[in-house]
Design a protein around this ligand. Structure first.
Ligand code: HEM
Length: 144
């Protein structure tokens, strides 16, 4: 249960998850501002801008641990932020019960699956897999 302190009530003990969720929304919002606008500026405005985005552009970025960690941090923070924000909406617009549980379960499952898949993609991305047919490889691979 949420521990809300009403005026005049003795202070409740224990971890207040709703409070930490509220703090997370603010803190992740500030970090996301930097990560998302950095992402947009670097991808869409610097150099040739949006015209430069292709498979090689992404492959080149993910060859650098700096951009791997940038993108993975953005992925985790945004998905947890978005799922937790949607949880607030579900709490506000549904009554406690099965429907509410199913909606929150679906939010949790969607965020968990996307976080796991996205993290795997960023850290295991191999633009030039060994042994692939040359016509399937991008032109910058050494074998082509
Ligand atoms: C520029 C980056 C972002 C900033 C600064 C930001 C900031 C915030 C803040 C401060 C809140 C809390 C609002 C409140 O409690 O009244 C919030 C709520 C929310 N955010 Fe973000 N956010 C950002 C990006 C995102 C992204 C990328 C998503 C989706 C993945 C998202 C989805 C949500 C949702 C669903 C809520 C709940 C809305 C509600 O309670 O009515 N936000 N955001």
């Amino acid at each position: 249960m949420t521990a809300i302190n009403f005026p005049g009530e003795p202070r409740r003990r224990g971890t207040n998850l709703e409070k930490w969720g509220w703090i997370y929304m603010r803190a992740s919002g500030v970090v996301l501002l930097v990560l998302i606008f950095g992402h947009l500026i670097v991808n869409l405005m610097v150099g040739e801008g949006v015209k430069a985005i292709d498979f090689g552009f992404v492959g080149g970025k993910w060859a650098d641990p700096f951009w791997q960690w940038w993108d993975v941090t953005m992925l985790w923070l945004a998905l947890i932020h978005g799922a937790n924000g949607m949880r607030t909406l579900v709490n506000d617009y549904t009554n406690p019960g099965t429907t509410q549980k199913v909606l929150k379960g679906a939010l949790f499952a969607a965020a968990a699956v996307l976080i796991v898949l996205g993290t795997l993609v960023v850290f295991t991305f191999e633009p030039c897999p060994a042994g692939s047919p040359a016509d399937l490889l991008p032109s910058f691979c050494p074998a082509v």
